[in-house]
Write a protein that binds this ligand. Sequence first.
Ligand SMILES: [Zn+2]
Ligand SMILES: [Zn+2]
Length: 196
Amino acid sequence: MIHLVAVGLVARPILEFLALVLEDDLAMTCAISPHRIDVSDAYDPMRQQYHSSRILAHLVERENDLLLPSAADPPDQEKILGVADVDLFIPILTFVFGQAQLGRRAAVVSVYRLRQQFYGLPEDEALFLERCEKEALHELGHTFGLVHCQNYECVMHYSNSIEQVDLKSNRFCTACARLLPGPPFQAQMRLRGNRL
Ligand SMILES: [Zn+2]
Ligand SMILES: [Zn+2]
């Protein structure tokens, strides 16, 4: 199960969109957590950006609150994705689109640099949402143990510019897809779906 958590003041429709598409893309249930992560102490006044490692640390510290009581997947398939609308950085980079714990539970993604507006261009909602989907999938891929992929169309391809985000697809290549929760898990999901 994927638990989406608002980080700061991210707009609800973005979370709702991600909950829908990620459920489909990953064949996992996805729910929006009622909690919100405060970002004020991650702010760096010198850089006027937010330290993404600090936000990730908050998600990890609060994981027991953030996991919904109804969640019943194997522990390694309970993931927490923080969704932020502030500019994120790590000290060695100008900015990051997101950050994740490799092969563990938590990840954070920012939608701040995914809008056309940020690049001085007219807004394009469909393009914006597609970018949100790609970056969310990318960070979740890391939590499933996936590393960066050489295939430039694969969603696990590294991107440090918006052009690179647009170049890749919103899909995992076959090699990466094979490392995601396997067919038995997906079959189990389908069965659960049929009972509803
Ligand atoms: Zn990455
Ligand atoms: Zn790949």
